[in-house]
Design a protein around this ligand. Sequence first.
Ligand SMILES: Nc1nc2c(c(=O)[nH]1)N[C@H]1C(S)=C(S)[C@@H](COP(=O)(O)OP(=O)(O)OC[C@H]3O[C@@H](n4cnc5c(N)ncnc54)[C@H](O)[C@@H]3O)O[C@H]1N2
Ligand code: MOO
Length: 395
Amino acid sequence: MITVDDAISRILNRAAPLGTEQVSISALVGRIAATDVKAEITQPPYAASAMDGYAVRQADVLKGAKLRIIGEAPAGTPFDGEVKPGSAVRIYTGGVVPAGADYVVIQEDVSRDGDIICIEAEQSGSSNIRAAGIDFLKGDVIVKAGTSLHEIHGSICAAANIPKIEVMRRPKVAFFANGDELVEPGEDLSPGQIVNSNRYALSAMIKAWGGEPIYLGRAPDDVTVLCQYFEQGQDADVIVPIGGASVGDYDYVKMAFSDVGGEIDFTKIAVKPGKPTWFGNIDKTLVLGLPGNPASAIVTAALFLQPLVRKLGADVTRPVREIAELAEPIRANGRRELYLRGQIIGETGRLKVVPAVNQDSSLLSPFGNANGLIRREVEAPALNAGDEVEVIRLR
Ligand SMILES: Nc1nc2c(c(=O)[nH]1)N[C@H]1C(S)=C(S)[C@@H](COP(=O)(O)OP(=O)(O)OC[C@H]3O[C@@H](n4cnc5c(N)ncnc54)[C@H](O)[C@@H]3O)O[C@H]1N2
Ligand code: MOO
């Protein structure tokens, strides 16, 4: 058996970031920028009025001054003359500030009589003009390579006149559930059957980590059929078989894996839950086998699949260990690194964690509240409420 840290390094040593692809700016959320993105234009492209009013020369804006309107500059249609002393151009928010003008007096501060305006209020403070380029200049880096792209980046790129950008390719993660006992949610259960629940958490987690989950289906305990599942997954970057990882007479997954030419890297990790987790490759496709017990599948996915998916996608985010205060006492640990499910509450720096009462690796209900894991080293001593532990967030 290898340690958790060894397993993570061995997995990551085999993984290099994948290539890049272009996506429309309407589909960039959650992707990782592959290159620096430089603005194609200056924004705003011209000095623009921030208010509805009159573009004038600042030297003219004295209370009581009368100015003659010589034209208008609505947004989209610049005025092509020049504002000379004593004149004004009717302007609207977003309109191009005409030559000669360096101030916009808001319409609330003037009275108008035909072509003449009179400045009624003392002017001070802002010119109400947005200078060209106050957002960014042509050629500025508006998104750095490696940025995890969020909801607003589409608008930032659009404003910079960029309709498509280069992002890292999403790792394709093909996964299947193994076991004769499995049926899909909503089906009737015959004696001995159990609902295939792992599929849902796995699919959502892979997506959340920036991967593209591809569910291959439910494979029976049959080596020939399992071989077909591995073959179907070979276009993916990673194949994740769930279940059949252990040593039972019906745990056929690794048999099928070697029948299709798979090479094992390791077969067991000193971790609880998740001991039967195994890793290898079929040609260029990495294969990470997870145990079938639901809590084991979820915890091992978070510990081992997450860094793999993120590294393939060039996402530098990794599970972070934080310190939290125990709300309940916990027992001494044994010979495997232990990950207890727990509810992390409070703010960073003052976290508390409440361990789930039952830590059996078949249980899903504790995850209703549990949002994280308590990490316990091999042979760690019993701890009391109030003692500090390391925690890792699941969500
Ligand atoms: N003699 C030994 N027995 C077991 C060992 C061992 O070292 N020696 N390891 C145990 C550990 S630890 C684990 S974890 C389990 C995992 O075994 P498998 O990966 O082979 O998982 P299965 O046997 O296929 O299933 C275990 C359990 O989980 C249920 N299951 C499976 N797939 C799903 C799914 N998609 N959705 C919901 N539930 C699923 C399955 O019905 C079983 O109840 O092995 C121990 N045994
Ligand atoms: O290690 Mo298994 O994953 O405890 O239940």
